[in-house]
Design a binder for this molecule. Structure first.
Ligand code: UTP
Length: 404
């Protein structure tokens, strides 16, 4: 206890011990283990975040256009379907996020987007994947990443809905790691007495968490992981054409991309940074780069990423020890106030520490941008209203013939 005290006092964090003496032995032990797991180097980043702006030489990347994909569709499909049949492809559904912008406490995948009948986000994801399994005559292993916050609720939901018809023996859940959060002055936030306000540490930790959990142990043939976000209800996962095209390209990864609608659209774009693939944020593009056009008249930096990547298992293994940069993100963090009351802030009040899957793309060494039709494959649900909301996603689903 003495050591703990001096560690926290050295870090300027003794406030978290408030009320410690009133905890039960069990609560004390759990809290001490939470404190022992704190990565202080990461926490210190609140004051001096890593410089994450691209430092290398940025150039446009060439990718597969819709026309080219259409021309080679059969060839790509055959290659992708063969890989699926051989058990070489697995899906990783990223569902560990908290969906703070949507403002619901339940896992985002449990959100009901139906109008005349229930239609859950998870259900749409499974439905899309089942269609591929049917077309290829094989079942794709599905790994679902949850977090401490939503693991139990997510599993219970799948159980209650009989996994929406997906063969249970092909589904594995695994939990991602958690990270502490701090207020704007760098003070650790508590969720309760003797409990740090921990939150999922971003989607960049999916591979290490999956491996640590041994989620893939029963599927030794996996050569490719198709990793995607839960909140795009038009997500085409394990798309054989995309898989076949990436395999045919000989690259270590592929990314589904949509063409930007205008130079300043707020979307991360795929490019080359020092000749390696990289995703840069819209605000990192100079005005000149944002408006630059290629010989074909299209924007030179026009491949917007939609969080659907295909990654080689072999390359992932190789880069497993490389460090992924940590992003310090402003968020609304519910916490215990000094007076002991529980606060649910309505505006950002602190920082969370996250690693992002898009930073893995650089480490993969090569990446094939694979263009898809936005209206058919991209209907993200991020916000309650307006852009990328339930309403906009419903419109897109209806356009695609889904009965709501
Ligand atoms: P977002 O960046 O939209 O984050 O996640 P979020 O937590 O879902 O939502 P906000 O920002 O709090 O509103 C993109 C995808 O990555 C997953 C999400 O579940 C979503 O599929 N994700 C995000 C994780 O799996 N773990 C994380 O720690 C963060």
């Amino acid at each position: 206890m003495k050591e703990l005290n001096s560690l926290l006092s050295e870090k300027g964090q003794t406030h978290i011990l408030q009320g410690f003496d009133d905890l039960t032995m069990e609560e004390k032990a759990r809290f001490i283990s939470e404190i022992e797991n704190i990565d202080w180097e990461t926490v210190a980043l609140w004051k001096q975040p890593e410089d994450l702006s691209g430092k290398g030489k940025i150039e446009p990347i060439s990718g597969l256009s819709l026309a080219e994909i259409e021309r080679r569709r059969e060839e790509f499909f055959a290659l992708g379907a063969e890989a699926i049949k051989g058990g070489k492809v697995a899906c990783v559904l990223l569902a560990g996020g908290q969906g703070t912008r949507l403002g619901s406490d339940a896992p985002k995948g449990m959100y009901d987007i139906g109008l005349t009948h229930p239609l859950y986000i998870f259900e749409m994801q499974i439905r899309n994947l089942l269609a591929v399994c049917e077309a290829c005559g094989a079942t794709v292993p599905l790994f679902i990443m949850t977090s401490d916050k939503n693991d139990a609720a997510t599993k219970a939901f799948f159980e209650a809905h009989s996994c929406f018809g997906y063969p249970k023996e092909f589904i594995r859940f695994f939990r991602q790691d958690m990270a502490p959060s701090v207020d704007f002055g760098g003070k650790l936030l508590l969720e309760d007495r003797g409990k740090l306000a921990l939150s999922p540490n971003g989607n960049g930790g999916w591979y290490s968490s999956l491996k640590r959990a041994g989620a893939d142990n029963d599927f030794p043939a996996i050569e490719w992981y198709n990793v995607y976000g839960v909140d795009n209800v038009l997500q085409k996962s394990a798309d054989p054409v995309f898989i076949g095209a990436t395999i045919a390209s000989g690259m270590n990864s592929g990314a589904k991309v949509v063409r930007k609608t205008e130079p300043h659209e707020k979307v991360g774009v795929l490019c080359l940074e020092d000749r390696r693939p990289s995703v840069i944020e819209y605000y990192e593009l100079t005005e000149e780069m944002a408006c630059e056009r290629g010989e074909d008249g299209n924007l030179a930096y026009s491949f917007g990423v939609i969080l659907n990547y295909l990654l080689s298992a072999k390359k992932l293994e190789e880069i497993a020890r490389e460090r992924i940069p940590v992003h310090v993100v402003k968020k609304k963090i519910p916490h215990l106030a000094e007076d002991g009351s529980f606060v649910r802030p309505d505006r950002e009040n602190g920082y969370k520490f996250e690693t992002l899957i898009l930073d893995m793309i650089r480490l993969m060494g090569s990446c094939l941008p694979f263009e898809v039709v936005r209206e058919r494959e991209f209907a993200p649900i991020k916000n309650k209203e307006g852009v990328d909301s339930v309403e906009s996603a419903r419109k897109l689903l209806e356009k695609n013939g889904v009965t709501l």
